[in-house]
Design a protein around this ligand. Structure first.
Ligand SMILES: Nc1ncnc2c1ncn2[C@@H]1O[C@H](COP(=O)(O)OP(=O)(O)OP(=O)(O)O)[C@@H](O)[C@H]1O
Ligand code: SF4
Ligand SMILES: [Mg+2]
Length: 350
């Protein structure tokens, strides 16, 4: 069976701001040649520091920003080249739950319209009692009772609005839901409720879920597979538990070492380890990407060629991929974990 969504060498570039005395503003490559596969009925988590291009990738998948190059195949069909008239079908199959439901829900309407209108567009059921019944069913699915049918976004809490966003996404029976920081604006106590709701709905409705979150533990908890982005590139991807347990990319190792440990002694050890395996330097600007590996100026294992040659993407031990020269040259890791090399790495400064 073909994958639900296959992304191949996807690049998203934004035109930067015009500067004084510069004829053409620099272009920002927010996503730079990313390839990944989303399988049906599975959850793929995307992690990476702020500005690494996670939302830009999500926006490209939602067809909200133009794709500069590469392809997005849904069921084998490239959506970057389909006529606009057919985009509507794609858009209904790929839905979003975004960070700020207040701005993405129409303030002027109540839930019967916010969740009901997509039912009309998708299933041709006109507004009325029958459609309201379906909205109430969807509300029950996301843990809200029928009293919410006539509430507007301003009359709900952040968690309730996020539940309505999810009900609206489910209204068109999508194949994929993209949740970009869907819980980060919520109170901590509400976050886990919405996370558990997303997990349950993903399982019960059999949709695929692309989850983007800053919290690495949340992503691990939710995901079957994970992708690690750094400066627009996919540094590593593979089964979530395996990638977290024994990363193959030095950047993934640094991210994993930054997960807080509940025990203070372990936390202190983890912090010291993280300091050892990271070069304290700013990431390069996405408007001036380096010629070689984007992580070269922060990598404690950097090789000479890392500064000039982009690393290839190769298979990793966990069945996923890693984009790093160490796996083809130098110590020739051949897709194995980097922990031992990092344990021996001499601390470096930029
Ligand atoms: N509309 C835009 N115009 C110009 N540059 C943009 C635009 N949107 C994002 N960028 C830039 O593209 C890069 C990637 O941004 P993006 O929002 O995709 O990152 P992110 O990984 O989602 O970050 P965060 O974790 O903070 O949400 C950043 O350098 C950002 O400044
Ligand atoms: S390619 Fe080189 S600089 Fe980049 S992560 Fe691998 S070893 Fe480090
Ligand atoms: Mg983002």
């Amino acid at each position: 069976m073909t994958a639900l969504l296959e992304v191949d060498e996807l690049t998203v570039a934004y035109q930067g701001r015009r500067r004084l005395f510069r004829a053409t503003p620099p272009s920002i490559r927010a996503v730079n040649g990313v390839s990944l596969t989303l399988d049906r009925r599975r959850t793929f988590g995307l992690v990476g520091e702020s500005g690494s291009g996670k939302s830009s990738l999500a926006r490209a998948l939602l067809q909200l920003v133009p794709v500069s190059s590469g392809s997005i195949l849904l069921d084998g069909r490239d959506v970057t080249v389909v006529p606009r008239s057919e985009l509507r079908e794609y858009r209904s199959r790929v839905q979003a739950v975004l960070q700020d439901p207040y701005s993405s829900l129409n303030q002027a309407h109540d839930v019967s319209v916010i969740v009901g209108d997509p039912i009309t567009v998708h299933r041709g059921i006109k507004a009325g009692a029958g459609r309201d019944d379906l909205v109430v069913e969807l509300l029950a699915e996301v843990g809200l009772d029928a009293a919410f049918l006539h509430r507007r976004p301003a009359q709900m809490s952040g968690g309730q609005r996020q539940r309505v966003s999810l009900a609206r996404a489910l209204a068109v029976q999508p194949d994929l839901i993209i949740a970009d920081e869907a819980t980060s604006a919520l109170d901590v106590s509400i976050q886990s409720q919405v996370i558990n709701l997303l997990r349950r709905v993903q399982r019960e409705e059999g949709v695929a879920l692309l989850v983007i979150a800053h919290d690495l533990e949340v992503v691990r908890h939710m995901s079957d597979d994970v992708g690690v982005m750094y400066l627009g590139s996919l540094a590593e991807s593979g089964p979530a538990d395996e990638v977290y347990r024994d990363p193959t990319h030095p950047y993934t190792a640094m991210l994993v070492a930054s997960i807080p440990a509940p025990d203070p002694v372990e936390q202190a050890a983890r912090r010291a380890h993280r300091r050892r395996i990271t070069v304290d330097a700013e990431p390069p600007s996405p408007a001036a990407l380096p010629a070689g590996c984007p992580y070269a100026n922060r990598c404690p294992l950097v090789l000479e060629r890392c500064h000039s040659e982009p690393p290839p993407t190769v298979p990793a031990w966990h069945g996923g991929t890693v984009r790093c020269h160490l796996h083809v040259t130098g110590p020739e890791l051949g897709g194995a974990g980097v922990s031992e090399l990092l344990a021996d790495a001499a601390p470096r400064t930029a």
